[in-house]
Design a protein around this ligand. Structure first.
Ligand code: GDP
Ligand code: CA
Length: 313
């Protein structure tokens, strides 16, 4: 039995989890998910990372995008556009049901974590998926165009603005959701997903108590690099490393995780960086394929990561 807690963003984390729940008991897995990307859209509460993780594990996700539901149409969005409503954020017709129901439950006073638990139970998922906090947390992106709400930066402006700063509105007063502290303390292994370090992992760590608990459990933490060969597999992680003045490589990511993790999982393509990471940081470096192209690759990465984290020298 291996209990695993994971710090999770969206697509990168969801792919890793898809492998993880096939190599350990799903009921021993808790995904602690970023909510810094959440937003209000046409009066609805949207939690993109929670939905990406949930849809992926339920095998409902659109395989082309890695988010949204497979086979859904966009008739409602098109109609909304005809009415002059907001049409820059893609909400599919089936996905809309999630947001309607979630928003309704929130308006009745139910916490996001309880609603998420009910969704996952309905979908027959055995692993635990929890928002990092039930409180309001919003990533705000500092750019030449001023401070932008996260989805304004990410979707509306296609992550094209150089990022100069990031802050997490609401973080100081946010409290970890009910399962979070227990999951981190009870875990045999804590995985920092191959997610965006700035947009997915940092907001999780900004919730008071979370960073401290990860550091306190550092000996069982393994981080997986989202950067392969100096590039992000998808999204702006490499651009943000660059604009914030970090090395645009897995080494740049490793420096960010040194105080958090004992093990750093590096892609084969970056094997040449292993010795500099080991000499510059206190992490043990494990080199293996990290591109999660199919189920076998996901399972191999998950079991390799767990093995490395449990194999304390
Ligand atoms: P988002 O919220 O959907 O942007 O998702 P995440 O933050 O969880 O994931 C985005 C990060 O995942 C990017 O930095 C990608 O480079 C990384 N990523 C996506 N797929 C893979 C993969 O197959 N292997 C690795 N190592 N990283 C990946
Ligand atoms: Ca996200």
């Amino acid at each position: 039995m291996t209990r695993v807690a994971m710090l999770a963003g969206g697509v990168g984390a969801a792919r890793f989890l898809d492998g993880l729940v096939r190599v350990v008991e799903p009921s021993d897995v808790t995904a602690i998910v970023n909510v810094g990307d959440d937003m209000e859209w046409s009066g609805l509460h949207i939690s993109p990372d929670l939905d990406t993780v949930t849809y992926t594990l339920a095998d409902l996700v659109n395989p082309e995008t890695g988010w949204g539901l497979r086979g859904e149409s966009r008739r409602t969005l098109d109609r909304l556009s005809e009415l002059g409503g907001p049409d820059w954020f893609m909400i599919g017709d089936l996905d809309l049901a999630t947001h309607l129901y979630r928003t309704h439950r929130l308006s009745q006073g139910d916490p996001l974590s309880a609603i998420t638990r009910d969704f996952t139970a309905r979908l027959g998922l055995e692993c635990m998926i929890t928002p990092v906090t039930d409180d309001r947390l919003r990533t705000v992106v500092g750019t030449d165009a001023g401070e932008l709400a996260f989805q304004d930066y990410f979707v509306r402006r296609r992550a094209s603005d150089p990022v100069h700063s990031l802050r997490f509105d609401g973080a100081e007063s946010a409290r970890p959701a009910p399962l979070v502290e227990e999951a981190l303390n009870a875990a045999d292994v804590i995985v920092i997903a191959p997610s965006n370090p700035f947009l997915s992992i940092d907001p999780l760590l900004s919730v008071p108590g979370v960073r401290e608990l990860v550091i306190a459990n550092r000996s069982k933490v393994a981080a997986v690099s989202p950067i392969i060969g100096g590039e992000a597999v998808k999204g702006p992680a490499a651009d943000i490393l660059q604009s914030l003045g970090h090395d645009v490589s897995a080494l740049g990511v490793a420096r960010l995780y040194d105080d958090l993790a004992e093990v750093f999982v590096l892609d084969d393509a970056d094997a040449a960086l292993a010795s500099s990471i080991e000499s510059e940081t206190d992490m043990r470096v494990i080199v293996m394929p990290t591109l999660m192209t199919d189920v076998e690759a996901k399972m191999a990465l998950a079991s390799g990561t767990l093995e490395a984290a449990r194999n304390v020298p």
